[in-house]
Design a protein around this ligand. Structure first.
Ligand code: ADP
Length: 169
């Protein structure tokens, strides 16, 4: 049936759904929590315009840290990495958006903070690989896997921010 109304179609969430919406797992590591950088780090993603869908302060077990970093099990720094991640509470976050995985990696910066560009989180706030304040998933598949690993059913919220039409046409 032909559309008779002259009212414009203005459904940004519908248009966005035609593009690939991804999820990424972002985590403020124990050094970021201890150094009081939680608000600053959340702000970077919030200001960029991504949607926060999950958030909690959490003390993780050795088993969970090992599962999260299982691809690095053979690395010499693995035991130190597990000690670091379990050394205090972390802030677990799920963020959603078109291109969020790659964009979050850019906002975070290189693994070695001395190589990370100024303007990135690690470039601005850290000096050593073993204390690089934040984690971000490296692929959309790992984003889904890590969110499922760190959050329980019901801890991730689906919602529509009022700012949506001002972020995407
Ligand atoms: P990224 O976190 O940038 O994706 P990787 O997946 O390579 O980097 O490594 C995961 C984490 O392991 C790093 O963020 C860092 O905390 C730690 N790590 C990596 N390489 C080293 C290293 N050479 N020495 C100590 N810790 C390391």
């Amino acid at each position: 049936q032909a559309r008779t109304s002259s009212k414009p179609i203005f459904l940004p969430h519908l248009i966005a759904s035609l593009e690939q919406v991804d999820q990424t797992y972002i985590m403020v590591k124990p050094d970021g929590v201890q150094r009081g950088l939680v608000g600053e780090i959340i702000s970077r993603f919030e200001k960029k315009g991504f949607k926060l869908t999950g958030l909690k302060l959490f003390q993780c077990s050795k088993e969970l840290a090992e599962e999260h970093y299982k691809d690095l099990k053979q690395k010499s720094f693995f035991p130190k990495l597990i000690d670091y991640i379990t050394s205090g509470p972390v802030v677990c976050m799920a963020w959603e958006g078109v291109g969020v995985v790659a964009s979050a990696r850019k906002l975070i910066g290189a693994t070695d903070p001395l190589q990370a560009e100024p303007g990135t989180i690690r470039g601005d706030l850290a000096v050593q690989t073993g204390r690089n304040v934040v984690h971000g998933s490296d692929s959309p598949e790992n984003g889904k896997r890590e969110i499922a690993l760190w959050f329980k059913e019901g801890e991730v919220c689906d919602w529509t921010p009022v700012q949506s039409p001002w972020l995407r046409e």
